[in-house]
Design a protein around this ligand. Sequence first.
Ligand code: 0X9
Ligand code: ZN
Length: 305
Amino acid sequence: DVTHDRYHSLEDIYHLVNKTSQEHPDMTKLILIGSSFEKNPLYVLKLSGRRGPVDKAMWMDCGIHAREWISPAFCLWFIKFALTFYKQNPDITTMLDEMDIYILPILNPDGYKYTWTTNRMWRKNRSVREGSSCVGVDLNRNFDANWCTAGASSNPCSDIYCGQYPESEPEVQAVTKFLRSHKNSVKLYFSIHSYSQMLLFPYSYTHEQIPNHAELYTLVQEAAMKIRRHYKNHYRYGSGAKTIYLAPGGSDDWAYDQGITYSFTFELQDLGRYGFLLPPNLISNACNEALAAVKTIALRVLEKL
Ligand code: 0X9
Ligand code: ZN
């Protein structure tokens, strides 16, 4: 069964997602959206309540950066929570009844696998190309959003290498293809990272403010307050460029510019004590906080739509 007191290997994650979809055929659909450089499948689990078709949807991806293990753990946690507490918890019931929820638990399977076998601190994917001995592209620098300007690197050996051209990587192509084809329904975008405890929204590729800056600021502020009140933990919030750093080519900025005007990147626990090596006994706490933030923002956005 899905246990949340430990991290799961790539094979485990595939198995769990597959099993979950078989156990809940009424509420889930498994969608293959593409495959990675090393031909690992990219599966999206679609969650929906027991009702007819809806015209609204939310997207959440986890595991774009290989070493941020709490991120895929959160996507699995969210899936489990949604399926367990549908019709019991009013928040998740509203979410599932009013929109479809697309979850990509592991956007960068090749990199994740590599962190389990070879290098725990690997960040990028594992693509290779002729003429360079360095491996991997930072998938969160490869989207077509002010691509490869200040805050990204054109050096293939860098940890923030932007790739040969925008959307050069199959993992990014799979996500953009799916979101482009679901543009009319997807209103809400979340990308889950770690660490540093931040709730971010666009832009990260420029210091310019987005048109609905005040609106998104209020949303992340409310989410951060909820975390503070319930879990006594502190999250910073604001636009990416102002709160963390200038970083172009990110998925949140790309989604925003596609018209998904409620677009967020979360950096989960911790503040650096363990960093990417967050111990398994802290998984549940980190996930509960992130869940509170997702629920708070999603329910508010649903009221507005
Ligand atoms: O640099 C990143 O990609 C993210 N931080 S991390 O430490 N997890 O690598 C922040 C992403 C913020 N959004 C964009 N840069 N678009
Ligand atoms: Zn990250």
